[in-house]
Ligand binder design. Structure first.
Ligand code: HEC
Length: 116
């Protein structure tokens, strides 16, 4: 009996991973997008964050990751997959970027449908 359970357990794992909701998937991707998690700089909900303060040429400066939960999808997609000052470059598929966008705009279902 134990043996049968052992044989079936990988199937059980698969079965449960199939049942994560799109939002759970999106939230995991936001925190682990094959690279440093977006929340480390942009905050848990993309609200933006102060990363560091420093002095440059006797002037106080701050390095800030901007708010990203109000960026339109086209711009969002372009920036995530390009080289941007201060931000690491990611290599995410359109579906993955769409999932991140969905995570940051949970009420924006209409726009999600236009994403392919
Ligand atoms: C190391 C910190 C860091 C991480 C990690 C990071 N970003 Fe950024 N991001 C920045 C900084 C800094 C800017 C501002 C760049 C600039 O002003 O040119 C930025 C800009 C952006 C912008 C443009 C915002 C605007 O209005 O111009 C988007 C969209 C964005 N990030 C999305 C993401 C997503 C999605 C992830 C995760 C896949 C992510 N970022 C991870 C630091 C980070």
């Amino acid at each position: 009996m134990k043996f049968i359970f052992f044989l079936l357990s990988p199937l059980l794992l698969f079965a449960t991973s199939d049942f994560i909701t799109p939002m759970e998937y999106a939230s995991q991707l936001y925190k682990n997008p094959r690279g440093i998690g977006c929340q480390k700089c942009h905050g848990n909900n993309g609200e933006g964050m102060l990363i560091a303060k420093y002095v440059h040429k006797n002037r106080k400066k701050s390095f800030v990751a901007p708010r990203i939960n109000n960026v339109p999808f086209k711009k969002f997609y372009k920036i995530v997959n390009s080289r941007t000052k201060g931000m690491p470059r990611y290599f995410l598929t359109k579906q993955e970027v769409a999932a991140l966008y969905f995570y940051l705009h949970p009420n924006d279902k209409k726009k999600m449908k236009n994403v392919k």
